[in-house]
Write a protein that binds this ligand. Structure first.
Ligand SMILES: NC(=O)c1ccc[n+]([C@@H]2O[C@H](COP(=O)([O-])OP(=O)(O)OC[C@H]3O[C@@H](n4cnc5c(N)ncnc54)[C@H](O)[C@@H]3O)[C@@H](O)[C@H]2O)c1
Length: 259
């Protein structure tokens, strides 16, 4: 095996991907699976999970789906137990569940604001507690990748609750990176720019698409497969050995634009 192959060697690792049935995370799972990682898709939509698993298996990868209610800590502990029993270990955790509501401030009921915070922020907090405790107790040099957003760096329209939740998630990630650095647990935020997904299609009309393209120096949306390189880098304890607490942007340059 060459030096470069060793840097990115993830064969035999196990990744738990919460929100893994979603558009972006299923492509990140595909990339990990093609690198020899056993991928566990954790989520609520079994039909979608089966489609995603077909895609992964067709590419020569392996893994399975575990139905998980990410709002329930008990369900996260059950997920941990199932994966340890079935796969023997966990090395990588990806927190990728996310929701938005494209409404202006006065039209967002407090309960909806709270739900967005719960799904985008609190669920990751809980998953990091459950899996972080396991990584520490077992002395595992783990990688945690949280899915942030450019909306968490600077506000974007139609995303008040979403932006607030992602900004807090970026901050949570940095805190955990500090806390766990001496235990060899790396925690990073992977920040996608604009990628087409089922969720955000509903919020994208023609003028908004033009505005996004105008604000993106590469003048296009990302392809979900373009997240795979960053995922492998952050997941690898060799290639990514000194990367923790980072906000890793894959955004076609969106963050460089101010006017
Ligand atoms: N698509 C983009 O342009 C974009 C840009 C920046 C950040 N992101 C972030 O990337 C992540 C993935 O986004 P995506 O575009 O693939 O969206 P997606 O809607 O395809 O995936 C989101 C996933 O979250 C899951 N989820 C939502 N609420 C849940 C709940 N209550 N319980 C369990 N699962 C729940 C969904 O089932 C789905 O699997 C999200 O965190 C999103 O905020 C996406």
């Amino acid at each position: 095996m060459s030096y470069i192959e060793k840097l990115y060697d993830l064969k035999g690792k196990v990744a738990v991907i919460i929100g893994g049935t979603g558009e972006l995370c299923s492509h990140m799972a595909l990339g990990l699976a093609q690198a020899g990682v056993e991928v566990v898709l954790a989520g609520r939509n079994e039909d979608k999970a089966m489609d995603r698993m077909d895609m992964i298996e067709a590419a020569g990868g392996s893994g399975y789906f575990v139905a998980t209610d990410l709002m329930e800590k008990g369900s996260l502990y059950a997920l941990l137990d199932i994966v340890i029993e079935r796969s023997g270990q966990i090395d990588i955790l990806i927190n990728g569940a996310g929701v938005n509501t494209a409404k202006p401030l006065f039209e967002i009921p407090t309960e909806d604001f709270q739900t967005i915070l719960d799904i985008n922020l609190t669920s990751t907090f809980q998953a990091c507690q459950v899996f972080g405790q396991y990584f520490i107790e077992k002395n595992i040099p783990a990688s945690i990748i949280n899915l942030g957003s450019v909306a968490g760096l600077t506000p974007i329209s139609c995303s008040i609750a979403y932006s607030a939740s992602k900004a807090a998630l970026h901050n949570l990630t940095k805190n955990l990176a500090r806390e766990w650095a001496d235990q060899d647990i790396r925690v990073n935020t992977l920040i996608p720019g604009f990628f087409p997904s089922e969720e955000n299609q509903t919020a994208l009309n023609e003028s908004r698409i033009l505005e996004i393209l105008r604000q993106t120096p590469m003048s296009r949306f990302g392809d979900p497969d373009e997240l795979i390189g960053a995922t492998l880098l952050l997941a690898s304890s060799k290639a990514g050995s000194f990367i923790t607490g980072s906000e890793f942007l894959v955004d076609g340059g969106y963050n460089t634009m101010s006017i």
